[in-house]
Design a protein around this ligand. Structure first.
Ligand code: GLP
Length: 236
C-alpha cells in the first residue's frame, strides 16, 4: 500500500484530485469508480475547477458509483449528490454514468449492476471509509462479506453517521452497493481517509497486516495497487 500523509484535508483532496486527473489524462476513456460522502467533496470541487480551467477533459470518461440508498427521496439520493458535486459541472456524457436507481425495484437494480460488472472493469476506484471500516456499504460482518453487487442492510452506527445528509434525519434501512469483489477487481484504488471517527479503523489498516471481515477496508491489504491518502495527525 502506497501511503501519502498530508498536513490537512485540503492537501489530501488536492493530492487525490491530482491522481485522478493524471489517470484521466493518461487514459481519457477510463472507467472511474466514484464515492460519496464528505470525503470526496473537495476532490470533486478540484476536478470541476480543472475542467472549468480547461485543464481536464471527461468527454470520453465513464463512471460507476459505489452505492445508493434504496427507496430514498430524490433530494437525499447519492444521484443528487453526484449531480450537484460533479456531474453537472464537468463534461462527462450522461450516458456514460452508472449509478443504482434509488427509486427502482432494488432486486432489478442488483441484476442490472451485476451485468455491468461482468463486462466492465474499473480503472481507478475512489473510496472513502466508514468509521466502522465499511467501504461502499460493505458493512462489517462476522459471517462474511459479499463479493458481487448486493442489497446491504445498514447498521445503526452507519445510519447515525449519515443522518445529517437527510432533511428529516431518516436514513433508509438498506442500500445497494458494489461488493468487495467488484471493488477489489478495480485496477487501482485510491482510498482517502478523512475525519477523527476513522482513527481506529485507519490504525488497523496501517499497522495490523491482518485481513478481517470485521473491518472490510482491511481487504484492501490484498490489492496490489492501493494508494491511501490521509492526514498525518490521524495516524499518531
Ligand atoms: C457512506 C458511504 C461510503 C463513505 C462513507 C464515509 O457510508 N457509503 O462510501 O465512504 O459514508 O463517509 P464520509 O466521507 O462522509 O465520512
Amino acid at each position: 500500500m502506497n501511503v501519502i500523509l498530508t498536513q490537512s484535508y485540503e492537501e489530501s483532496a488536492r493530492k487525490g484530485a491530482e491522481l485522478i486527473l493524471d489517470a484521466v489524462s493518461r487514459k481519457p476513456d477510463l472507467l472511474l469508480g466514484l464515492a460519496t460522502g464528505e470525503t470526496p467533496v473537495a476532490i470533486y470541487r478540484r476536478l470541476c475547477e480543472a475542467y472549468q480551467a480547461g485543464a481536464a477533459d471527461f468527454s470520453r470518461a465513464s463512471s460507476v458509483n459505489l452505492d445508493e440508498y434504496v427507496g430514498c427521496r430524490e433530494e437525499d439520493s447519492y444521484r443528487r449528490f453526484m449531480d450537484e458535486n460533479l456531474f453537472s459541472k464537468i463534461n462527462i456524457p450522461r450516458e456514460n454514468i452508472t449509478i443504482a436507481d434509488y427509486a427502482a425495484p432494488p432486486e432489478a437494480e442488483v441484476t442490472r449492476l451485476r451485468q455491468f460488472f461482468e463486462t466492465h472493469t474499473v480503472d481507478l476506484q475512489l473510496l472513502g471509509i466508514g468509521a466502522n471500516g465499511h467501504i461502499g456499504f460493505n458493512e462489517p460482518d462476522h459471517d462474511g462479506l459479499e463479493a458481487p453487487v448486493h442489497i446491504s442492510p445498514l447498521t445503526q452506527s452507519t445510519k447515525e453517521a449519515n443522518a445529517h445528509w437527510f432533511a428529516d434525519g431518516a436514513v433508509p434501512d438498506r442500500a445497494i452497493t458494489m461488493g468487495m469483489g467488484d471493488i477489489l477487481r478495480a485496477k487501482s484504488i485510491l482510498l482517502v481517509v478523512k475525519g477523527e471517527s476513522k482513527r481506529a479503523v485507519l490504525r488497523e489498516l496501517l499497522n495490523g497486516g491482518k485481513v478481517t471481515t470485521n473491518n472490510p477496508a482491511t481487504f484492501l491489504l490484498l490489492h496490489p495497487d492501493v494508494t491511501l491518502i490521509t492526514e498525518e495527525s490521524l495516524t499518531v
